[in-house]
Design a protein around this ligand. Sequence first.
Ligand code: ATP
Length: 440
Amino acid sequence: MAATSPDLMSTIVSLCKRRGFIFQSSEIYGGLNSCWDYGPLGVELKRNVKEAWWRAMVTNRRDIVGIDASILMHPKVWEASGHRAGFSDPLVDCKQCKMRFRADHLDNIEKCPSCGGALTEIRKFNLMFKTFMGPVEDDSATVFMRPETAQGIFVNFLNVQQASRLKPPFGIAQIGKSFRNEITPGNFTYRTREFEQMEMEFFVPPADDRYWYDFWKETRRSWYIEYGIRPENLRLREHAPQELAHYAKGCADIEYLFPFGWSELEGIANRTDFDLKRHSEASGKSLAYFDNDSNRHYFPFVIEPAAGADRAALAFLTDAYDVDKEDNQRVILRLHPALAPIKVAVLPLVKKDGMPEKAENIYRDLLDHSITSFYDQTSAIGRRYARQDEAGTPFCVTVDTQTLQDDTVTIRDRDSREQYRVAATQIVGAITEKLSGKRQ
Ligand code: ATP
């Protein structure tokens, strides 16, 4: 992939629309800026990304549990967390062409990068969306749409710790929608005003913070590689001290080489004991942990890997995009089988001689085993394979003349294009093994 490639981005945007991964929100009304809808293939991909994250962070670990907190929270949460006063971006406008920029994204804050005109003074712009709770729209009814899922975890820290009887080091994970009134949304689903986060707060004894900070940086980087991102397209960028949020002792971004350049995919921060202390002070209810071993209360430090489901899905999609130049510029989405929206396409070679019936039975059997599959008996077999390659389907099962004689089918592998025969009765087992990564 080229360092930056606007063409690749627009190719991916149009592939997403054509194949039903992502549509513009409210398109028939001209669309709503920065809002996107996931179509039939996109919703499967994003669900698979979230499930892969949940498996790695919760299901497969003994020291992390999950929660699902509400999006609307008590307004005091956002005062204590510092978001009311400090969750803002520096905004500048061009006096000439009226374009708007984030001052921290500009090299020169004197001159408009678009037309060269003069820029306004920097203003602070709070990113939280406001709404009203109940019928009266006044200040006392103002509530905020959460700009991060993390605070739902902090305010529940003791509830979860006591209900689950966990001792630091342990973590609480959550996947959910967040909202930020971004000044400059854009780059497709990369920066939107409504998005989904996958965050985990890992509570550790303060003396162990460095160990766990390093641990989560490496563990999270490996996760993207495990699910198919090429290592050369990922890098870890440690923040300089002046970049750190007021509460953070350290922060590193996992960046991906998107078609528009290196950009943050996930942030890993050492949030110290800032949030637990602030909520304890503001609510009057101590969130300190009681350590039986030392017989004292203390505030654990927090290491936070915070990822975005939409950014991750976009990175997996972009990295998987490939064009076979030797085969008519054919598009292949080389998605990891665990992330692929459709796992198997079942294709009768022709629409006669009992092949559709046989294929239909195989298709039904795959569905009965909860393997997301697709049945297609239209057009020439080569075109059907091509359509599945473009959708990222890792395996095609073809019913052909030999099937009618010996009840075997071919399984075609998307990446190697290899085809081999398997007994029809063994398809579910063979596909299940392939999906779990085990060898045949
Ligand atoms: P950025 O610097 O890109 O604005 P951030 O550092 O403010 O991001 P965090 O607060 O660390 O982001 O949020 C954690 C993750 O949530 C990000 O790494 C990203 O994957 C996701 N995220 C944050 N803001 C957005 C957004 N506007 N649209 C899509 N995903 C987002």
